[in-house]
Design a protein around this ligand. Structure first.
Ligand code: ASP
Length: 580
């Protein structure tokens, strides 16, 4: 294939027996066995066993004694069949081995901080030596899968007429609800660029500019406090189209996902994906990203408990419950109550129906016949209640539902259920700051029904916005946009932006919208999350080649790091670091 090698280490099979091969890669393992030396030679494609016989190749054997794990080798020899008792059926190359006559140690390795086959290596150590960590099979697979997926995305987007247009990294704040990363501008002292939280405004401008269909594998920078499933640099497939058509957009995405699942996993997923309004998702599942792999739906008891003797029910704006198909123990219930409290509940009321159908519950005595009849369940069932404001009951029961789905084994791990959720609310109230904020982003269009009157009932107005969910994970979302400058200004106003703010932050957008803007809409889908789902990988950092840790630090390079006084002077910056 190249001057270094004729084949990759995953290639050799019986059909090549008798041929001369050369391979290059890493020593995964060396064993000395009755005079013979065996080395597992690994590259990206797999492993081939080298065998070095001191009688046939004395020089190679001398050298082979020096080999340690992760040395880089080049080996040349004849491919031979293994004797039947040494065949390894677990390896694709397990029926053959390379009888080496020429061996070269191309480069050596210092002793390793961890062995590649070691389990439970501390993550900081793994990130510190990421180049080694990435050699492990799982990470090789995740990163390769990611590349394969991005390749398919590009081919599908191009086939559908979307142009890959690059947008700047040094830009202005773009509101997606997170904190901005800022970069000091040396040439404009005292001023700062912001790294885009998404190319939202820029992609809309490519539509105003007449490019009709845009896509980009874009990095979005969001300075968030990191949780297990968050990173600061999110990669997303960013899409926008002029004269948008929802069916076309949904179909294009569905075709792309079907192809990714087919080519990467060999799984046929069903299209079109089901659709559900936000209202329905919230009512039935208590979340805007329902895991529809299992049932366990939320039921509403607000009506029947309106005049309950049980004070908690009577005084609550909403009373809702889950019928869990199991007789839960006191211990289980105590744990669930803890979880409910983490999600804001004050307690967890329940009714347990035992195997005889007898009810066990501290609240049963307060409940009227009518109420008990409404909750009556099969023997071996536990009814869990939330009584609070409607959104609070959704939060608590939604969290209990996903927890129980996993705990009770209701989820089939081999199934992928995709779902579009649409008709989101347009605004939500930030009670602390006493103002409205955009649920999606401020450029999202109201539904046709709300276009003229969203400002009259912001709490009820619906947005032309949609999310794509798989197995309870949000893959991403998008919306149709406001292309009318007057409507855009009205939304800004409702969000509390003064005219001055509108001009300084978004003046260029409002100007562009006033110079012949087409109707437009798009979507952004997270590449990191997609890879996690595809690879069945729970750790977000393990689908990213060079991630930072949860403190936003790269243990490998030490970034973020200090800068010199000269650099600060050049930028006109004086540090004021509060003592911690
Ligand atoms: N800009 C949005 C986001 O990053 C997606 C979109 O509306 O297209 O979430």
């Amino acid at each position: 294939m190249t001057t270094w090698r004729t084949h990759m280490a995953g290639d050799p099979t019986k059909v090549l027996v008798g041929e001369r091969l050369s391979l290059a890669g890493w020593a995964a393992r060396r064993r000395d066995h009755g005079g013979l030396i065996f080395v597992d030679l690994r590259d990206r494609s797999g492993i081939t066993q080298l065998v070095i016989n001191p009688e046939l190749a004395p020089d190679a054997a001398d050298l082979a004694h020096q080999i340690r794990n992760e040395f880089v080798l080049r080996a040349e020899g004849t491919l031979v069949a293994r004797s039947p008792e040494t065949v390894n059926p677990n390896m694709p190359t397990g029926e053959v081995e390379l009888q080496v006559d020429q061996l070269e140690i191309v480069s050596r390795s210092t002793p390793l901080p961890f062995q590649l086959d070691e389990e439970n290596v501390d993550e900081t150590l793994r990130l510190r030596y990421r180049w080694l960590d990435l050699r492990r099979e799982k990470l090789q697979r995740n990163i390769t899968l990611r590349a394969q997926m991005v390749g398919i995305i590009r081919r599908e987007m191009e086939a559908a007429g979307f142009l890959d247009i690059q947008t700047p990294i040094l830009f202005k704040p773009t509101p997606e609800g997170a904190r901005d990363f800022v970069v000091p501008a040396r040439l404009q002292k005292g001023r700062f660029y912001a790294l885009p939280q998404s190319p939202q405004i820029l992609k809309q401008l490519t539509m105003v500019a007449g490019f009709d269909r845009y896509y980009q594998i874009a990095i979005c920078f969001r300075d968030e406090d990191l949780r297990a499933d968050r990173v600061q640099e999110i990669t997303q497939l960013d899409v926008e189209m002029s004269f948008p058509d929802l069916e076309f957009l949904y179909e294009t995405m569905e075709r792309m996902y079907a192809r990714i699942w087919r080519e990467c996993l060999g799984i046929e997923i069903e299209t079109p994906f089901p659709r559900m309004t936000f209202e329905e998702a919230d009512r039935r599942f208590g979340t805007d990203k329902p895991d529809t792999r299992f049932e366990l739906e939320i039921e509403d008891a607000t009506e029947v408990t309106r005049s309950s003797e049980f004070g908690v029910f009577k005084s609550a704006a909403a009373v809702r419950f889950l019928r869990v198909p199991q007789e839960l123990s006191r211990g289980d219930l105590a744990k669930l109550e803890e979880l409910a409290k983490e999600w804001g509940a004050k307690g967890l009321a329940y009714l347990v129906y035992d195997e005889e159908g007898e009810v066990r519950s501290p609240i049963a005595k307060f409940l009227a016949e009518e109420e008990l009849a409404a909750f009556r369940s099969d023997p071996g069932t536990t009814v869990l209640f939330a009584a609070d404001s409607w959104p609070a009951t959704s939060r608590v029961l939604g969290a209990l539902r996903s927890h129980l789905g996993r705990e009770l084994g209701l989820v089939d791990d081999d199934v992928f259920t995709f779902l579009w959720v649409y008709d989101f609310p347009m605004f939500e109230r930030d009670e602390e700051e006493g103002r409205w904020t955009a649920v999606h982003h401020p450029f999202t269009r109201p539904t046709d029904d709300w276009k003229e009157r969203f400002a009259d009932g912001p709490e009820e107005a619906l947005a032309y916005a949609y999310d794509l969910i798989v197995n309870g994970n949000e893959l991403g979302g998008g919306s149709f946009r406001i292309h009318e400058p007057e409507i855009q200004a009205k939304v800004f106003e409702l969000l509390g932006l003064s005219e001055e703010d509108q001009r300084s932050k978004f003046g260029f957008l409002l100007e562009a919208l006033a110079m012949g803007a087409p109707p437009m809409g798009g979507i952004a889908l997270g590449i990191d999350r997609m890879t996690m789902v595809l690879a069945g990988e729970p750790n977000l950092r393990d689908v990213i080649a060079f991630p930072k840790n949860q403190a936003g630090v790269d243990p490998m390079s030490g970034a973020p790091s200090d800068v010199t006084q000269e650099q600060l002077d050049e930028l006109g910056i004086k540090l004021h670091v509060p003592e911690s």
